[in-house]
Design a protein around this ligand. Sequence first.
Ligand SMILES: Nc1ncnc2c1ncn2[C@@H]1O[C@H](COP(=O)(O)OP(=O)(O)OP(=O)(O)O)[C@@H](O)[C@H]1O
Length: 238
Amino acid sequence: MVNTILPLVLKEVCVRRRGKRLLGPVSLSLAPGGCTIILGPNGSGKTTLLKVMHGVERISSGAVAWAVPDREAQHHQGYVFQTPIMLRRSVGDNLRYPLQLRKTPRAVIEEQVSDWARRTGLEDRLTLPATRLSGGEKQRLALGRALIRRPEVLFLDEPCANLDGPSTRDIETLLLEAQEAGTRVIMTTHNFGQAKRLASDAIFMLNGTVRESGKAQAFFETPQTPELQAFFRGDIIG
Ligand SMILES: Nc1ncnc2c1ncn2[C@@H]1O[C@H](COP(=O)(O)OP(=O)(O)OP(=O)(O)O)[C@@H](O)[C@H]1O
């Protein structure tokens, strides 16, 4: 059992594909606690950065290091995609699966599944095939399935991109509860309102690099670079 897998430190990380630099050089450090929001125009490298941090995008140069060996750090992370990926099983089995992989005792699994079904508002959907859920329900299930393992770090790529107001609020409530329970959240979004509601700190990506970053209040109220000022005005940049 580890105390913490954080900080996560990226040093001069670059990702190149077919001679084109998609990311970098990026250097940053993420300490425990809070929610980091990654903002930036389409194609600025937000998803690539998130995947590099999660260890599923090969880096071309630089270094990515957790406080513990990578294999150990992997066990304490979750990743939620913009389009939720459902197992072709019932809602309940989707929630059970990550705990079964961990060989959690059956009684504990059932207790956890009913707890997370309640938290995600899916308690009357447990026997339904997950593929039949609505978009908002699927995303709540994807989040519940990630959080049921109590990850120390949770990465989310635009989790509310296709959701309406109430569904977005449900996801944000779950994320705030997760933070209170000790999960470090790192998330991309195009929604400024959501970014302000959730961020304790923020990163602005442009052309594959971090153009500006800082604590949420200063970042949103007094952006320093002309590019972030223009982005907040709604100008087309990049
Ligand atoms: N495997 C790949 N091979 C080649 N190019 C790629 C690959 N993955 C991403 N790209 C390119 O890298 C750049 C950054 O993509 P990325 O998805 O990280 O941006 P993003 O900021 O998340 O964009 P969006 O807001 O549209 O989701 C884009 O130009 C994209 O086309």
